[in-house]
Design a protein around this ligand. Structure first.
Ligand code: VGL
Ligand code: ZN
Length: 206
């Protein structure tokens, strides 16, 4: 049987209720993620891990507000509130997330000039996080994704994982989206499905 891994994407305080970039319903996914972790031979996690001068923070662009979209070095960049600043409480994994089975944590979004939604590569596909090589070295063929946010980090990670040759499944009830614009989450799910991502609910997993 090919080895199955679960990647827990960005389940960090700033994306949870009360956080700097709180994602609606995000508190509900933690118990789901904790419940499914034992079904996987390997569990990894990612952390959005930005320097304070990060390009994605609206405050670093005078006159801009969160939700604005700008172009930086040819890359389209959505602007966000300050979130997941390296080594702050907001960037820490959620307290209630069971962390004992997480074999390794991968950091992303660390380049001040370039954002990284995907767990594998920055948005310009210039540098890898090490996750792809790590999973391949561990013999992983199937990657399952859970976490935040459905239409940004989960969707971009799913796309890159397919590109790297993994079979990819998104556990839908273990993810939540920002829905900056209404319909964004549904569109991301349809794009993933069309690209070859399998979408399941946690109760379908064995
Ligand atoms: C994310 C917006 C900004 C995510 C990260 O984890 O989906 N979204 N930074
Ligand atoms: Zn971010």
């Amino acid at each position: 049987m090919p080895k199955r891994a679960l990647a827990i994407v960005d389940v960090q305080n700033d994306f949870l209720p009360g956080g700097a970039l709180a994602v609606p319903g995000s508190g509900e996914i933690i118990s789901v993620i904790n419940r499914v972790q034992p079904l996987f031979e390997l569990v990894v996690a990612t952390l959005d891990w930005h320097p304070r001068d990060h390009v994605s923070f609206a405050v670093n662009h005078p006159g801009r507000v969160p939700g604005d979209v700008i172009t930086v070095d040819g890359q389209s960049q959505v602007l966000w509130p300050v979130h997941c600043v390296q080594a702050t409480a907001g960037a820490a994994l959620a307290d209630e997330l069971a962390a004992g089975r997480i074999a390794r944590v991968f950091h992303k979004g660390t380049d001040p000039r370039l954002d990284s939604y995907s767990a594998f590569f920055d948005n310009a596909h210039r540098r890898g996080t090490g996750l792809g090589d790590y999973l391949k070295a561990a013999g992983v063929r199937e990657l399952f994704l859970a976490g935040l946010t459905t239409e940004y980090c989960v969707a971009h990670s799913a796309r890159d994982a397919l590109w790297l040759g993994f079979q990819v499944t998104v556990i839908q009830d273990a993810c939540r989206g920002i829905e900056l614009h209404s319909g964004d989450v549904a569109a991301a799910i349809e794009n993933m499905r069309a690209a070859g991502v399998r979408l399941v609910n946690s109760d379908e997993l064995t």
